[in-house]
Structure formats: C-alpha cells, structure tokens
Design a protein. Structure first.
Length: 533
C-alpha cells in the first residue's frame, strides 16, 4: 500500500511539472524503421526500343533495327519553276469591228524552263495556279477567250473567258485573276506533238456584244497577256530525265537504337547489315557509295566501313508502271555486309547515334533507253534503307544500360524526418553477367543532384553447360547516407539506374534469352527524429 502511494505521488508531481511549464520542450525520440523506396524489374525490352528486340525460334534474342538513310524523290530530279509567258498582240492596221466580232486570234507555243536538262512531255498537276494578267489599249470593252489546249481536266480543255475594261488615252483596260490548276493534265509536246516542255496557248479578242456600235481599232494598239505559272507541284511526270549527276553528302542521319546505352564496350559474334535500295522511279540509275561510317557523338567515336562496295558502281534498274494501285513495282538492289566480308561489327559496337554517308547518283547512265518514257510519281521515291540484325551473342565489358524510375520521399512522413540511415539494394539477377550499379538523383525538373555510389557488385546468375541461366542470383548492397545525402533524397523525384554489365566471368560469347531480367528493390533503413506535438 505504501509503494502504491509513492508511485501515485511521483506521477502527480510529474504531471504538475509538465502541466505548469508552458515553454517546456516537446519530447523527441530517435527510432529505426525500414522503408521500401523503389522496386523495378528491368529487361532488355525496357532498356532498348520495343521495335528493336525480337525473339528467335529457340527463344534467344536478336536486335533488329531499320532506318531510312535518304530518299531521292521527284523534287530531287525535276522542278517546274514559276514561269511567265508574255504575249503581245499589236493591231496591224486600222479596222472597224462590230459588237461580237472577233478581231484577233492566235496560237502560241511557249517553252517551260524545266531544270537539269529534263525533257518533259506529260505532267499531272497536283497543285498550282495560273495567274492571267491582261492589258488592253482598245477603246471599248472586249471579251478575251484564253485557252490552253494542252491543259485538260476530266477531258475538258482549260478555257478562261473574261470581259476586259475599255482602255483610255491615258490608261489601259486591266484585268487580273488567279486560276487553280490542281488536277489538270499538261501535254507538253506542242502543236506538232514532237516537242518537249512546250505549252500551247490560244488567245481570241472579241468586241463586247453589249457595245453600242462598231468600234474603231487603231493600228499600233496593243493587247498584252501575261500568263504566269505559279507553284506548280506535279503528282506525275513523264519524259526523259536527262543524264543527271547528283551528289548526296557528306550527310548525317540519326540512329536511335542505342540511345539508352551510355558507355562500355561490346564484342558481337555476328552482325548482318543490308543497305537496301528500292527504286520507285522510272529511271535507270547508277549509285556509288563513296563513304559510309557511324558516329557516337557522346564518346567522340567513329568507325568507317571497309567493304568491297565502297567506290564501286551499283546499277539500279528502273521501276515499272502497273497502271493500277499501287502505281509502280519497285526494283531492289542490296549491299550485304557481315563480319566475314567487312568490319561492319566495329561500326555497330561503338553504339552509334549517327550514320554518315557520301553518295553519288547518276540518272540514266546509259542514255535515253526508255525513249522519253522515264516517269516519276510524287509519292514514290528511290529509297535507301539500312537494315541491321544481330543475335545477342556477345562479350560485354562495362556495357552500361540506363533506366529512370520515379521516386518520392515525403517530407511530412508520419514517422518524422530522417536523420541518418542506410540504403539497401536487393538485386535478383537473371542475366549471366556481373554488374555494377550506380544511382543518380534528379529533382522534378531532371536537374542532377548527386550520385549515390555502390561499392559492391551484383553477381551474375548461375548457368548450365551451354551458358544458359538456370536461376537468379541474389545480391545485397548497402549505401550509408550522410546528412547531405538525406537532404538530396528529400529533393529527389527521379532516380537514374545505371547498370554496367561485364562477361568477365564467362569470357566467351554469351547468348541472351527471352525472359532474362533483373529485379532491383531499394529499401531504406532510416533513423527518424519523431516529434510528438
């Protein structure tokens, strides 16, 4: 009974002391808690573009990458420049013209200034305009009928008929209008049907039918026509495209297959690369590949192709018209490269992000074999494509793949604020590679905060006699945290995982199979400062 009274008295005293002291500091405790932070599973499909990795019949993986290097399209070969066709009619003698009577009619042939020595006989216009401008010195309204017999649409000839105001002693009658040429077919063979690049025009002048009487048309009076072809874009052209010499490069096209590989080296057992030329233009051509190389701008590495095709002419046959849809049958020519006939593996092993090429292209190298029946459609080009394929059978040395995961450490944790602790990384490795891992912290705007170094290594998975993984292997790594580390963890919103693989434990070529993966879990063993309010 006496012991109970003592305890009760002590408790009362403590209660009174804490109750009466208004500025008494709130109690704090340091506690240790384990907190899971991130968990992710990484496969090669996560680290390389989805379209790149494919599975073979035996479940081994291969990398397949395709990209367009460059195209030669109709615009590269043929351009119809803006052209002004000017015609001037000068009245040869004095005459009296009654209302509705035609006092002038004339056909003209005008040559279009088509570039590169191209000789066109037929064009289908996708878009473009004719701007017709007329000046008249005749002292009465006249009706101008302007016809382009060589321009038809759905079988109808292009005819423009307009009333031109009467001229005065001080000012010509004037008219200007734009006409849409979309969908028109242009016969460019002239009146004789044997010319090239030649447009026929016909102009007629008639006294306005509403004129009050006959009109004096004086000698020397003029009617001037300006016919401007503007922004002509063909959808189809035919003719002889000349013996053009075209040069492409040195030029660069981007490669995206290896964007997430940041460093390291790779030795590939086999690489097959095709440079494919698909000709959708109705011309024979000869192509010379002067140079082909790859560049990694991140590491300042480059590798130049050594192959028998370099500098050797490659003949490309013309496409063929189908007179249906699709409009042409493409012809194909391929340069095949592998590890036995070239150094193509070296071009791939630097993980390029750019291709550099230098190419000469000769159009119609053997002359006008088609009899002026070369053709080109706007939507069919001479394509140059790169196809890369190699099985993932490799030797790797610090081959570094990267992935970014979201991360958030709440400042207002119910457990309080972290004062120190350790990060533990648990890796369950299903790859037959040893690996080093590094963590980089980034804020919400992807500004770099700091690296978290991991000193120990992820162990490779065990393999059978054929070097195929039989089970995952577990590894645990620790990262002690300083106060500055903790501060940056609170700021971090993203963690960049960099995993550097090496096959040093298995120095021979290692095949990668479908289903290989590595699980990464990060757990924080933290001491918190807990404050009770």
């Amino acid at each position: 009974m006496l012991r109970f009274k003592k305890i009760l008295s002590f408790s009362f005293i403590v209660f009174v002391l804490f109750s009466c002291r208004k500025d008494f500091e709130r109690p704090n405790w340091d506690v240790d808690l384990l907190a899971p932070l991130i968990k992710t599973t990484l496969t090669l499909n996560d680290l390389l573009p989805d379209s790149v990795i494919q599975t073979n019949a035996d479940t081994t993986l291969k990398l397949v990458y395709q990209t367009n290097i460059f195209d030669v399209d109709m615009d590269s070969l043929i351009k119809i420049p803006d052209t002004t066709i000017t015609e001037v009619y000068i009245v040869p003698f004095n005459s009296l013209a009654t209302p509705g009577s035609t006092f002038f009619s004339n056909d003209e042939e005008k040559t279009l200034n088509v570039n590169n020595g191209v000789e066109l006989n037929y064009v289908v216009v996708e878009s473009g305009f004719i701007e017709l401008e007329i000046f008249s010195e005749i002292k009465e309204k006249i009706i101008i009928t302007y016809t382009i017999p060589s321009a038809t649409k759905n079988g109808d000839t292009l005819v423009l008929q307009e009333i031109i105001p009467a001229g005065t002693l001080t000012q010509d009658g004037y008219f200007k209008k734009m006409f849409d040429l979309s969908g028109y077919e242009l016969d460019l063979t002239g009146i004789s049907k044997s010319e090239i690049n030649t447009l026929i025009t016909r102009a007629e002048a008639t006294v306005d039918t509403n004129a009050t009487g006959s009109v004096n048309i004086a000698i020397g009076e003029r009617i001037t026509y300006n016919n401007r072809l503007i922004d002509i874009v063909p959808s189809f052209v035919r003719g002889y495209f000349g013996n053009q010499q075209l040069h492409f490069g040195p030029d660069i096209t981007n490669v995206t297959a290896f964007n997430q590989i940041s460093s390291g080296t790779l030795d590939l057992e086999q690489v097959d690369v095709n440079i494919e030329f698909k000709n959708g233009i109705g011309v024979d051509a000869q192509l010379i590949l002067n140079q082909f190389s790859t560049i990694n701008t991140n590491t300042s590495s480059n590798s130049v192709l050594s192959h028998s095709s370099i500098g050797s002419p490659i003949n490309l046959n013309r496409a063929q018209l189908t007179f249906t849809t699709p409009e042409v049958t493409y012809t194909n020519q391929t340069i095949s490269m592998n590890t036995t006939n070239s150094n193509i593996d070296q071009l791939v092993e630097i993980f390029p992000n750019q291709l550099q090429y230098d190419i000469n292209l000769i159009i119609n190298p053997f002359g006008n074999l088609s009899g002026s029946n070369d053709f080109a459609f706007k939507n069919h080009a001479l394509e140059t494509n790169l196809n890369v394929e190699f099985p993932l059978s490799l030797i790797a040395n610090n081959l570094t793949l990267q992935d970014t995961v979201d991360f958030s450490l709440s400042e207002e944790s119910v457990s309080g604020r972290i004062i120190d602790g350790t990060l533990f990384l648990y890796a369950s490795n299903g790859y037959p590679f040893d690996a080093n891992i590094q963590l980089a912290l980034y804020d919400e705007n992807m500004n770099f905060l700091q690296n978290l170094a991991v000193n120990s290594q992820i162990q490779s998975a065990p393999v059978d006699a054929s070097l195929r993984v039989i089970s995952k292997r577990e590894s645990v790594m620790s990262i002690p945290l300083t106060t500055a580390d903790v501060d940056n963890l609170y700021l971090a919103k993203h963690i960049l995982l960099s995993i550097a693989f090496s096959t040093t434990a298995q120095p021979q070529f290692i095949k990668i199979y479908e289903g290989y993966e590595i699980d990464i879990t990060m757990v924080g063993d933290f001491s918190y400062n807990v404050s009770f309010r």
